[in-house]
Design a protein around this ligand. Structure first.
Ligand code: N01
Length: 481
């Protein structure tokens, strides 16, 4: 069997390693960039780190005794993925710098793949590992292109632009912006943070692992496995299982901790009120920070809460008429989250286009398989679990499920396998119903919501996700022989 994997980020590397382990070693990863690492390769902004503990945000089969911190920085995470990929002989089998532009299901029951360079390939199975937070979302603000200074999105950080002494503006207050504010405030001349919506900020210290602790992990790897399991349960119970019920005691506890953080650490009552969120905690993805409130109270930092009217050559003008003069404008405005495989041109059975199947919005049975697109399996696909937990764990569970679908083809039980349309529609109806009681619909906007305001997210507990991923219900699948 030949398998094509698209994307050499966390999920693509995982796929290569697990396919090898299953004895399926005829595969290629297609990667449009020139290095593995995905989101950790692309996001190099100051302060980039993972707010999921490093000993949880690790492959379960490649635990890492040398994590430097409870929440390690982005360059260390990137180095980890590169190391794991090298150790498992993955890198050699990545075709770098070549973007997959088209996939076509042939009459012979294989996928025909074309890349931007004109290279073609045929594969029995395609695994889409293209990530979720991948395509930058640029804000629709009048005059943005007239700005005379440097302007870039956080996922396209321009390291040639000096920040020392500069007047820097940041638009957005998501997890990304909050990490940047804490990292650059001491260096810049002045920092303006343009806040449209205040955030709940969960306080979190970030202690370093002493060399003795790292040595102990290396000597007793089972302690890392225990820690991974403990953290996984903690995050499942504390976040993933909690958000599905807006009135869960966990959400109330998170709100209390965040409010205490605000009351205890922001001295000026006016600033405190402007930072106070007016919606439920975890409605947007919860922001975790040890230093944001401290940073925004520095004398060279301003929280700007007046709405932005337009961008001008000299800076950002707010609706109160004030021009906030800037040398650098950072767009921490998030990502387009409904692209998934697109802009790839994907044609399934009978020439059916994925773009049509995903109009008006993307969907996949259990976020993995799309009717009429046999043997095309998605990792971290539409409507899957996202939140304050490890997407590595999600991808590992999904891969184990996909491996069982691949086994159907491998064993000769069928040539192609895809979710049945009625199974996907039933699943989707149940998903939309379940989403109504989640915290994501309690009165905020966020990237979790689709164009109808319905969370495009797994709305059940993480325990249920584990159960669903344990074994495919094969009667929910159509098999092509
Ligand atoms: O983006 P976001 P992000 N005018 O979409 C504002 C992951 N992540 O890059 O809230 C003014 O959360 C927008 O305002 P509002 C994590 O999953 C993980 O920060 O819509 N403002 C918001 O404040 C995270 O959730 C880590 O009112 C505008 C901000 O831009 C996801 O990435 C670290 C605007 C966008 O926030 C995305 O986070 C970092 C406009 N026209 C990120 N348009 C970890 O540590 C948008 N905004 C794992």
């Amino acid at each position: 069997m030949r398998i094509a994997i698209i994307g050499a980020g966390m999920a693509g590397i995982l796929s290569g390693i697990q396919l090898d382990a299953a004895g399926l070693d005829d595969w290629t990863i297609y990667e449009k960039a020139d290095r593995v690492g995905g989101t950790w390769r692309e996001n190099t902004y100051p302060g980039v780190a993972c707010d999921v503990p490093s000993h949880l945000y690790s492959y379960s089969f490649a635990l890492n005794p040398t994590w430097s911190h409870l929440f390690s920085p982005g360059d260390e995470i990137q180095a980890y993925f590169e190391r794991v990929a090298t150790d498992h002989d993955i890198v050699r089998r990545v075709r770098f710098g070549d973007e997959v532009t088209a996939l076509r299901w042939t009459d012979e029951g294989r996928w025909h793949l074309t890349t931007a360079s004109g290279h073609t390939d045929e594969a029995d199975v395609v695994i889409g590992a293209t990530g979720v937070l991948h395509h930058p979302r640029y804000p629709d603000i009048a005059g943005l292109d007239t700005f005379a200074g440097a302007c870039f999105h956080t996922a396209r950080w321009d390291h040639d632009v000096p920040l020392a002494g500069a007047r820097v503006g940041i638009i957005g207050t998501g997890s990304t912006a909050v990490q940047i504010v804490g990292a650059i405030v001491d260096e810049v001349g002045h920092l303006d943070l343009f806040q449209r919506t205040p955030q709940w900020i969960l306080p979190q210290q970030n202690p370093a692992y002493e060399p003795s602790a790292q040595a102990a992990f290396a000597e007793h790897p089972e302690t890392m496995a225990d820690l991974h399991a403990t953290l996984s349960q903690l995050f499942s119970d504390g976040f993933a299982n909690a958000v599905v019920n807006a009135d869960s005691p966990q959400i109330r506890g998170i709100e209390a901790a965040c409010l205490d953080n605000l009351e205890s650490n922001v001295a000026d009552p006016d600033l405190r009120e402007r930072l106070r969120p007016g919606y439920r905690a975890a409605c947007k993805r919860l922001v975790v920070s040890e230093n944001f409130y401290d940073a925004i109270q520095q004398p060279n930092a301003s929280l700007v809460t007046e709405a932005i009217e337009r961008v001008e050559p000299g800076g950002v003008r707010t609706v109160d008429g004030v021009l906030h003069e800037l040398d650098v404008l950072v767009l921490a405005t998030g990502f387009q989250v409904d692209a998934f495989l697109r802009p790839m041109d994907v044609a399934g059975v009978g020439g059916r286009r994925l773009d049509e199947a995903w109009n008006p919005r993307p969907n996949a049975y259990l976020s993995i398989s799309v009717p009429d697109f046999p043997n095309l399996f998605l990792l971290n696909g539409p409507n899957g679990p996202v939140g304050n937990f490890s997407l590595i764990e999600v991808a590992e569970l999904q891969f184990a499920y996909i491996a069982q679908l691949i086994d159907q083809v491998r064993s000769g039980a069928c040539r192609g396998i895809a979710a049945r349309r009625d199974a996907m529609e039933d699943h989707e109806a149940a998903r939309v119903e379940a989403a109504k009681s989640t915290v994501w619909v309690t009165g905020c906007t966020s990237w979790y919501l689709d164009d109808r305001g319905i969370p495009a997210v797994w709305p059940w507990t993480f325990d249920r996700f584990r159960e669903e991923m344990a074994a495919p219900k094969l009667d929910h699948y159509e098999r092509i022989t």
